[in-house]
Design a protein around this ligand. Structure first.
Ligand SMILES: [Zn+2]
Length: 313
């Protein structure tokens, strides 16, 4: 049997603890010039797939094409707060695969549930994908950056060679590249002479992680700072949650069940709602101005900035 090279690379990544982005090993790379993506690993994986899966992928490829030609124009920025939900992977990129179960499908199922819960609370939600289609990381980032007031959550499932590994972990990314900080200055009205630090990602990670664990009773692996492309290149608070391990049989069974997906979604939605409530929907919430008084916020006319306090600091 042919072993897909992407699988080997993925396992190596797992062994060295670099976190997992499914088959997209190349996508773990980042530079200060911009996110780097490679389709090479994805192609290697496709070559090792079975016929039935290829049909599914060809179907998604057609859908992508159709969407590009006939899809509706992207929604306009109305200035209101938008939660951008990003179900990881999709289409020809299944993410982690264990026992025939694809990470991409669980990511989407949970994200759709989160959307429903948030919309039920009157929160505007935008999804990077609502179907099984492939999407570059830059496209996901671009969706989040389309809005002046956006909170971004990328939803993933973990995997490891260590089959007993379990639990949930939430990532944030700090510092951000210079071009992203420039975008932040422009959008939040922060002149060049004001230094600032951004603790929003960590604050959001803490609330989402805590609410997820409370709702699901999952083991907490904590929050971590990691330069994942999808969270590093967006201007707003952004996190990536690994809901559980597909490589752990018991956890995989749970992640595949409707009841657990509902709890996972409730946890993520509760965490987001807690953050939105705490921040009052202000983008400058959680920014820190180490040199003293912050500049006036052109949006509110206020100088005060409520500082986010990470839960376990
Ligand atoms: Zn993933």
């Amino acid at each position: 049997m042919k072993i897909p090279i992407a699988q080997i690379l993925r396992n190596l990544v797992a062994v060295f603890g670099l976190g997992l982005f499914g088959l997209s090993v190349g996508r773990l790379l980042w530079t200060d010039r911009g996110p780097v993506t490679h389709r090479v690993a994805a192609k290697a994986h496709v070559a090792g797939e079975q016929g039935a899966d290829r049909d599914v992928m060809e179907e998604s490829a057609r859908e992508t094409e159709k969407e590009g030609e006939e899809g509706p124009p992207p929604p306009k920025d109305s200035g209101e707060l938008v939660v951008v939900l990003d179900p990881g992977h999709g289409g020809s990129d299944p993410g982690s695969v264990r026992e025939g179960h694809y990470e991409k499908n669980i990511n989407l199922a949970i994200a759709l549930r989160v959307r429903k819960l948030l919309e039920g609370e009157g929160v505007r939600v935008v999804m990077t994908r609502t179907r099984d289609v492939a999407m570059e990381l830059e496209e996901r980032v671009a969706v989040a950056n389309r809005y002046g007031k956006s909170i971004f959550v990328s939803i993933h499932q973990n995997a490891s060679l260590e089959t007993t590994a379990r639990g949930v972990e939430t990532y944030f990314a700090w510092p951000r590249p210079a071009s992203v900080m420039k975008m932040q200055r422009d959008r939040y009205g922060i002149p060049e002479e004001y230094a600032f630090e951004d603790e929003r990602g960590q604050a959001l990670a803490e609330t989402v992680q805590a609410a997820f664990c409370e709702e699901t009773s999952a083991v907490s692996r904590g929050t971590k700072n990691r330069n994942f492309v999808v969270i590093r290149w967006v201007h707003g608070p952004a996190v990536l949650i690994e809901c559980g391990f597909l490589s752990n049989a018991a956890e995989r069974d749970r992640l595949l069940s409707d009841s657990y997906q509902a709890k996972a979604a409730k946890g993520i939605a509760d965490g987001l709602l807690a953050y939105v409530k705490e921040s009052g929907g202000e983008m400058r919430y959680g920014l820190r101005f180490p040199n003293g008084e912050p500049p006036e916020d052109p949006a509110s006319g206020r100088r005060t900035v409520v500082q986010a306090i990470p839960a376990d600091s």
